[in-house]
Design a binder for this molecule. Sequence first.
Ligand code: FAD
Length: 292
Amino acid sequence: RPSRHLSDIESKLQVSFEFFPPKNDVMEEKFWDSIDKLAPLGPRFVSVTYGAGGGTRERTLRMVSEVKSRTGVDAAAHLTCVGASRAEVDAVVQGYKDAGISRIVALRGDPPEGVGAPFVAHPEGYRSAAELVEGIRRIGDFDISVAAYPEKHPQSPDWQTDIDNLKRKLDAGASRAITQMFFDNTDYLRYVERVRAAGITAPIVPGIQPIHSFKQISGFAARCGASMPDWVAKRFEGLEDDPETHALMASAVAAEQVIELLDEGVTEFHFFTLNRSNFVLALARLLGRRPG
Ligand code: FAD
């Protein structure tokens, strides 16, 4: 079991941490508190999300720039193509380049009505993440990550379409895919098999979402088309008014997920922190990460 003999694989293990740009001073304090705890664990990068319609453009740029200058850790800026022309998106990419940001997580984004609504590209905009990756490549030599969906993107009619789309994004110049949250490892492992069978060799990094609040995370999952298995739901049943046991359960569930993946040979992990450090600190420790 690799999880018992981490020292044999420690040099191969990579983690990255995803944050969102804080909206006010209180949230910003929490953001930095979490960054200051997680950055010393030596992540490959810390990424900062982008409001689909560009509403966080300035904040995302400020946070990625400051993460880099304050901690020395590499920062990745998310970027979407919703509601913006190619020229506007290119200007954001140029802004990242000028600020010394060399990593981008390139996404199509969702319409303001949500993931279920059909995506209508800006008349002069990029129409998909694959086109965005091509556009970014024209501007600079960025390290690009794209999104992947172990349960299929809700708008992909079938697996073939979904995997073909992933292939287009990687062929356009992305180096890796980071997955949407998933709670049943079988979905991820089957997906990786499908992807490999299609000749894709790029890393498919599992996106791990600790369930710090079952109510909130099951809502997020439903909105992005990730299923919440009954057996996970049952573990949290009745814990709504017992935050301590809820937190212990959240750690146990996420730890089980990470250890299982590790034992399946997974060596790269992306954690959705929601700007909290506690669960992810513990999970990264399970992967042998220590400050310094
Ligand atoms: P795409 O890869 O473009 O695919 C979307 C759908 O369109 C797929 O079903 C695909 O098959 C289909 N499609 C693509 N090209 C074509 C074509 N030419 N013709 C027909 N169909 C096509 N959202 C944000 O707003 N901000 C973020 O910061 C953010 N970060 C994320 C981070 C991760 C790790 C993940 C997994 C998702 C993130 N998202 C974010 C959500 C993402 O924007 C949505 O999941 C969105 O619905 C799809 O984006 P995509 O990049 O996967 O799109």
